[in-house]
Design a protein around this ligand. Sequence first.
Ligand SMILES: C[S@@+](CC[C@H](N)C(=O)[O-])C[C@H]1O[C@@H](n2cnc3c(N)ncnc32)[C@H](O)[C@@H]1O
Length: 336
Amino acid sequence: MVDVFNDIRYAIQYEQVTLDLGGTYRQFASDTLSLIKIPKNSKVLDLGCGTGISTCTIFDMAEKVKVTGVDKAQHFLDIALLKFGLLDNPNSILQIIKQDHPYPQVLRDKCDVKDLESHLKKIAQKYKKFGNKVSFYHKDASEILDIKERPFDYVLANQVIHWFRKKDTKSGEPNLDYERTIIQQVRNSLKEGSLFGFNTSGADYKFDKNDMNQIHILNHPFYIAFMESLHYQLSSKWFPKREYTFDHNEIKRIMEENGFNIEASKQKKMYRQPNQIIEVCIVGGQMQIFQKSNVESTTEERERILEEALKYALRKSSPGVKPVIETGIHYIARKI
Ligand SMILES: C[S@@+](CC[C@H](N)C(=O)[O-])C[C@H]1O[C@@H](n2cnc3c(N)ncnc32)[C@H](O)[C@@H]1O
């Protein structure tokens, strides 16, 4: 199977979309980190650190910390290493960005695509001073107990926990064993009474009156048409709701069952420009369909299907038909 998380082009696309969207994943991380301050001199685990967006945000928001990043995707980690001046050959990634742009032409023509190469160089310039305060491990989140920096004072999982929920291949229902194992390991990696901060997309966000002329991205007609086409091409059925997202009660239950007490939580809106929805569809659609549903495909096949879906969605609806909102729900849970 093609693991989108382990594809260098996808890792670069992930970085590109978050830059073009005004630092989406950075916003997620800073909203969680600002709920309860990380104490000075803490040892922090950035679980599912990806390309290091959350890792950099930890250094910005907490004083004198040491951070350990863990991710199961080596190519995502390569970008994180580059940002902290720890990658042996940073030009290998910068060359790919320059010569073999991560987005298909059709997407570049339609979106406000920013200069990723200069952005990464600037980030590396800023964060290389933390190179001796950070370490990265290529590991699955279910295997974190042998990390030598353990125990931690704080674990952050920025836009990660929804990836721990697997589908049982026989029943099609969620299989919670893997998720439970990871949350238990997070607990066992923390010092007594320490904190676990995490966020997800806020499936049960309640819109207030002022938001009524806007629309959540998951309900936007352009997004729905795009997903319909993806599913049609892959001969699977599209249900207009995200599989395996959590509502507040479910998160509360998972935390309590695994020895955590939720101390703080907050829902937040994030506004988007209408044309950004195209980028979200292409990059987020890949994550949802090709990763979560274990669809077999090569990178080329994936790009062809995505382009087809984009053309279909553009025929059916305009991305600008309504302003788009995205939401995040943020939690701090304490080990009890
Ligand atoms: C949406 S990205 C978030 C990355 C990062 N925290 C950020 O703020 O940009 C999700 C990350 O979780 C990682 N991930 C998903 N499941 C994982 C697992 N079981 N173990 C380790 N990493 C995992 C993926 O490889 C990916 O880098």
